[in-house]
Design a protein around this ligand. Structure first.
Ligand code: SAH
Length: 341
């Protein structure tokens, strides 16, 4: 698929077809403007026919808009797979939350994305497409880009799709394309330790976000099967390694689940575990997922728990929840048409 290619790879593709080089730039621009093949007007018809087997095809099935302005899009890909992506409006700009897999195989008990397991990995271009479509919807172009930030926090586990996700990071931060700096990109992972280290070794410097959700391995195992594979201790040392290599402060996500991980004692233990690290904790009262019978806690209590972390020297905030009414909030994305209609 042509969106998987860098400009250089597209140059080679075009020259293999025996075409002049300027055609590559025309195709590249059309791709990055999220034009469908039909919408391209500056290419000859026979060339368009030639391209049709490799040019991406998609269909926007639905865009829901939340009361708070958050948008959620259901996007149908060439093979019929459906992925959801979210657009969040902040004071400083627009953030796109992309999916990296169709479904997910991590099996976290509180997350809608895992229902039905993993269908397949998304390619680099399919992840990129989600950002480019929102940029188009916002009236942005390649040079006058409207999307300012990207978070890899939709469906899927980014580090379980390492090759495609890192290719995506390279493409989206390339000056040839829409050039979003890695400083403005956050990658969230449930903690696949070897790939955290690999990301640092491969020279990436996105903001690393760890879905921790527990102060110890026993509690973590209750909701996150991956806790049977990697210990918190090992995740933290991989985070230290990432920090050493990149200088980027690591963020820990902690979804507060009533009766599981949201006691005062849990916060004290978490403070001890994270003490002395250059990090930040985001507390999120669990968002409801109708198939799951875990409950969140009241925001007021979340602020109280946040205070305990701060008193113990841990930088922490309670994250604003956005798009919950359209099932566009954390853990609510899935690989079918979801959400209030
Ligand atoms: N697989 C990656 C990327 C998903 S990001 C990861 O685990 O980090 C989505 C974030 O929302 C993760 O931190 C995830 O743990 C969290 N989450 C999942 N379900 C949730 C829910 N019901 N309420 C609040 N947060 C949830």
């Amino acid at each position: 698929m042509l969106l998987d290619f860098s400009l250089e790879e597209l140059n080679n593709y075009v020259s293999d077809l025996g075409l002049p080089k300027f055609r590559a730039k025309q195709i590249f621009d059309a791709l990055y403007m999220a034009k469908t093949l039909e919408e391209i007007t500056n290419l000859p018809k026979d060339l368009k026919e030639n391209l049709s087997k490799d040019y991406p095809k998609w269909e926007i099935l639905k865009i829901l808009e939340s009361k708070d302005g958050t948008k959620k899009m259901a996007l149908k890909l060439q093979d019929g797979s459906i992925v959801e992506s979210v657009l969040l409006k902040y004071k400083y700009g627009y953030t796109v939350c992309v999916s990296t897999q169709v479904g997910c195989r991590m099996g976290c008990k509180f997350c809608a994305s895992t229902i039905g397991g993993l269908k397949r990995n998304l390619s680099a271009g399919e992840i990129l497409l989600q950002v480019l479509i929102y940029n188009k919807i916002l009236g942005g172009t390649i040079k006058d880009r409207k999307v300012t930030n990207v978070v890899l926090m939709g469906c899927g586990e980014p580090l379980d799709n390492y090759e495609n996700v890192t290719k995506f990071l390279t493409l989206i931060s390339s000056p040839d394309g829409i050039n979003i700096s890695q400083r403005n990109i956050s990658l969230s992972t449930c903690g696949l330790v070897p790939n955290i280290r690999r990301l640092a070794d491969d020279g990436f410097n996105v903001t690393l976000t760890i879905s921790l959700h527990a102060p110890n391995d026993e509690i973590r195992k209750k909701t996150m099967p991956i806790a049977n594979v990697y210990k918190i201790k090992d995740i933290l040392s991989a985070c230290d390694y990432y920090f050493e290599k990149t200088g980027r402060r690591v963020i820990f996500e902690y979804s507060l689940i009533d009766g599981v991980n949201a006691s005062e004692e849990n916060m004290l233990e978490l403070s001890k575990v994270l003490k002395g690290r250059s990090c930040h904790v985001n507390l999120i009262p669990l968002n409801s997922v109708k198939e799951k019978n875990l409950m969140g806690i009241e925001r007021k209590r979340a602020y109280y728990l946040c205070g305990i972390l701060e008193k113990n020297g841990i930088s922490a905030t309670v994250r604003r929840t956005m798009g919950e009414d359209i099932e566009g909030a954390c853990g609510q994305l899935r690989n079918k048409l979801g959400g209030a209609v």
